[in-house]
Design a protein around this ligand. Structure first.
Ligand SMILES: *Cc1c(COP(=O)(O)O)cnc(C)c1O
Length: 427
């Protein structure tokens, strides 16, 4: 692939931005090489500044579930922006958004809009601590909840990709309040709650882990955590920044039939604009300022243009059969990739949920973080570049879930599998 313009931009960027990027995984550091710079995107495709086209399985890391530059989303943004970009007083779209979220996700009786997933999770644990009067939180190895201090302990996503799961700059006194558990280990959770349950404000989890590749919950596991939290007076927080509105309209909590106390959202809910949200039980959320004493605020929170993009996206995904079609596409893609790997004699396994998937260069099954870590990352890196050369853009990390959108039709999936045949054969 010939990328002179991207190369020039990355050279300039590297002088001024740490690693040349504004978010670490974008730098291609773990897969090697240099990132391409996007000029535009349409449907399932990204177009770079050098005129190359890629079938995109990153989807801006989750928001673009209806495909890039969807005309209805763009029209809503254009219409809204003509009235002004930000008001600093309430606007009607915030109310429409709150009504949409609480209707789609019934565990959220009240909601607060913020500007990113990071802000949503930070705020949710503040509510958990404020409401319970306890200090400790529990998270899972390999789960990523944004870059808040309390979460950069055995973190996933870029922190995992770059081998920085515990970041310098996080005071030990704070990190010590974060307890970690291995995902899908029933007994470890039981033991931790027996020892420390009375000190635990909340347990936060990606119900499907999407920041350590893609790991699905074992039968009954999320229910087990629900029961432990209830028994010990800790709040169960589902971080659905990735899974929300994706694995089912009502997120993983709908798919698995679990009622968390608090939930966090982002990505899809902004339709490509910077948006996050947290919500949950009325008695908890009504303790947030100004109706209660737990402080949290935001100059641009509930921004009208961002609400318009998010609402238009929510509208699209409520079309009948939307998530069933997404699930079918995800299966078609993953089945095709597995068949292509078999033909080439490559040890390979996929995990899937509607609209998201994990790729592993090892035999299945993959149930735990340790299983996920045992994937052959060198092979993944070669495969990543083999696919990129053939016009398919996968997440530039062996530890990130991939995303399928409604714009990925049979043609795009067939092209992807064709490219994979060649890329597997060349490994
Ligand atoms: C992306 C992500 C976040 C962080 O959201 P940002 O908008 O990047 O701050 C938090 N939790 C999960 C599960 C995520 O996937």
């Amino acid at each position: 692939m010939n990328n002179p313009r991207s190369h020039d931009l990355f050279t300039r960027a590297s002088q001024l931005l740490p690693g040349g990027v504004n978010s670490p995984v974008r730098a291609f550091k773990s897969v090697g090489g240099e990132p391409f710079f996007a000029e535009r995107a349409q449907g399932a495709h990204l177009f770079d500044v050098d005129g190359n086209r890629y079938i995109d399985y990153v989807g801006s890391w989750g928001p673009m579930i209806a495909g890039h530059a969807h005309p209805q989303v763009l029209a809503a943004v254009e219409r809204t922006m003509r009235n002004g970009l930000s008001f600093g007083v309430p606007n009607p779209l915030e109310v429409t958004m709150a009504e949409a979220i609480t209707r789609i996700v019934p565990s959220c009786e009240m909601v607060r809009m913020v500007n990113s997933g990071t802000e949503a999770t930070l705020s949710a644990i503040r509510v958990a601590r404020g409401a319970t009067g306890r200090s400790r939180i529990v998270k899972f190895e390999g789960c990523y909840h944004g870059h808040g201090d309390s979460f950069l302990v055995k973190a996933g996503s870029g922190a995992l990709t770059l081998g920085l799961p515990n970041s310098p700059g996080v005071p030990a006194a704070l990190a010590d309040l974060t307890l970690t558990l291995p995902y899908n280990d029933f007994d470890a959770a039981t033991r931790l709650f027996e020892q420390a349950g009375d000190d635990i404000a909340g347990l936060i989890i990606e119900p499907i882990v999407g920041n350590a590749n893609c790991i699905l919950p074992e039968d009954g596991y999320l229910q087990h955590l629900r029961e432990l939290c209830s028994r010990h007076g800790a709040l169960l927080i589902f971080d659905e920044v990735m899974t929300g509105f994706r694995v089912a309209l009502g997120g993983a909590q709908q798919r698995y039939g679990i009622v968390p106390d608090l939930s966090t959202f982002g990505k899809i809910i902004g339709g490509g604009m910077p948006v996050g949200a947290y919500g949950g039980r009325r008695d908890l959320m009504s303790q947030v300022a100004p109706s209660g004493p737990i402080y949290q605020a935001g100059t641009l929170s509930g921004n009208p243009v961002a609400m318009a993009a998010g609402l238009a996206t929510l509208e699209l995904i409520q079309a009948p059969g939307f998530h069933d079609a997404l699930e079918r596409s995800t299966h078609a893609l993953c089945d095709g990739l597995e068949a292509a790997a078999r033909e080439a004699g490559v040890a390979f396994h996929t995990t899937r949920a509607p609209g998201m998937f994990g790729l592993y260069f090892r035999e299945g099954p993959v149930r735990s973080f340790a299983d996920a870590m045992a994937s052959d990352t060198q092979r993944f890196n070669r495969f990543f570049h083999g696919m990129l050369e053939r016009g398919v853009y996968l997440a530039p990390s062996a530890f990130e879930a991939g995303f399928v959108s409604s714009a990925h039709g049979e043609a795009e999936i067939a092209q992807t599998i064709e490219a994979a045949r060649a890329a597997f054969a060349a490994l």
